[in-house]
Design a protein. Sequence first.
Length: 172
Amino acid sequence: MKDKVDPYLRPLYDALDDMFPSEKLSYFMENRTIEVAPIAYMRGRTLDNAFIILDEAQNATSLQVKMFLTRLGPSAKCIITGDLTQIDLPYNQKSGLKQAMELLTNIEGIAIVELSTEDVVRHRLVKEIIKAYNKADEIARAKRENFINKEKRGNSEEKEIESGSLDAAPKV
């Protein structure tokens, strides 16, 4: 299983490598102070006396996020991370992260923190790249909304013509 899952966990291992010397990280992994596991292997567990991170949750389904959150033991702490601009789920499937942010926003003990381009700590160009993509997304969204609004207006006029409340051709 490790060989199959490790490529997907490479970013997490890279971050751990940045935080700990290799001997210390090996020790933590061997004695399970740090445990890395796919979300699919959380079912049935209770995670107590733990600090749990669900990373890249924008691609988790609603059922996966719910299952993950309901694993929390009485003294556990949890962080869920994800970038809603990088959802790779099929078009008809809603991100579990997005749904959790909508459903859990007013529950005491849960905080939602949203970061912006100003929080980016990668190459200096990454901020500009994100801004360019965000601008393109805003333009595309505005065009879609404009198209939908025109469609709605067109459909309501057709219904009025069919019902006889609006003449099909203007009288001169």
